[in-house]
Design a protein around this ligand. Structure first.
Ligand SMILES: [Zn+2]
Ligand SMILES: [Zn+2]
Length: 282
């Protein structure tokens, strides 16, 4: 029996499973990419994923760190990798060490501190790029980018012996094509993310939109979260094919959130939007 009833979304061949309610828990996994954005309370369904991309240290996003690591060990899996803002590595090490003492077993971990601009290799052709967000000290978001080698256009007409010959001469015949697959913003106030091309052009955007009601703008400001008005401004500037909305407040019922989104967004954007918590398996 799984610990959580997670939402499930399939976009083309990519599966996305997760749970995200503001103040309660946020965890969004993409198993085929072998990444899990934030860890929430470590649902069973994400334990086997090798890379946790942590955006910030708030409890609802990070509480499951020790359990995730320890349970992998218990199941005979390799130490999990946790990418986290570098200012959080000290506290994370302390928590893991303290849990090791409580539990009586050392908790193996591969901790990687990250800062904006960093890139971490997930698979031979898959990288997580780190960008800054506006939420808590050191908070970051991630874009998972596939890199492919492509033949430069000027060599496209050549036959393979000619290509071999050019390679022998040490001529660079390839260029690198970057395909941003998914961007996860984590918790953040409005920032003009369209300035970063790889975010604006990610096939999938996973974005928080916490508050929806007019009198919730101050709450959004105080918690450094996005309000629907800012969210609308943001996504109008982006070109993502699919937009997954996370981190919805419990203060507004789901059906109202749905209708406010429909009223506020342009029809062209609304049809791209998927509300994560609407997609829970019953
Ligand atoms: Zn949060
Ligand atoms: Zn937060």
């Amino acid at each position: 029996m799984a610990s959580h009833n997670l939402a499930y979304i399939k976009i083309d061949e990519l599966e996305l499973i997760g749970y995200s309610v503001a103040g309660e828990e946020t965890v969004v996994a993409m198993p085929q990419l072998d990444v899990c954005f934030d860890i929430g309370k470590a649902p069973d369904q994400v334990i086997s994923i090798n890379n946790i991309l942590l955006t910030h240290g708030h409890m609802d996003h990070a509480a499951g760190i020790a359990y995730y690591l320890s349970h992998r060990n218990f199941c005979g899996q390799s130490a999990g990798t946790i990418l986290a803002p570098e200012n959080l590595l000290g506290p994370i090490r302390k928590i893991i060490a303290a849990w090791g003492q409580l539990d009586g077993n050392k908790v193996p971990a591969n901790l990687v501190g990250v800062k904006p601009g960093d890139e971490y290799q997930i698979k031979p052709n898959l990288f997580a790029r780190v960008f800054p967000t506006k939420h808590s000290r050191g908070s970051v978001g991630y874009t998972v980018i596939e890199k492919r080698k492509k033949l430069k256009p000027e060599y496209l007409k050549l036959k393979s012996p000619q290509i071999v010959e050019l390679k022998k001469q040490g001529i660079e015949i390839d260029y690198q094509l970057e395909i941003p697959i998914v961007t996860y913003l984590g918790d953040t106030q409005y920032v003009d993310f369209s300035q970063l091309k790889y975010i604006a052009e990610s096939k999938i955007l996973i974005a928080e939109c916490t508050f929806y009601e007019t009198d919730h703008t101050e709450r959004a400001e105080a918690g450094k979260h996005m309000h629907i008005d800012e969210f609308t401004e943001l996504i109008e500037k982006l070109r993502n094919e699919h937009i997954v909305v996370t981190h919805t407040t419990q203060r507004t019922p789901m059906r109202e959130i749905r209708s406010i989104l429909k009223k506020t967004l342009s029809p062209e954007k609304y049809k791209r939007v998927i509300l994560l918590m609407d997609k829970r398996r019953r």
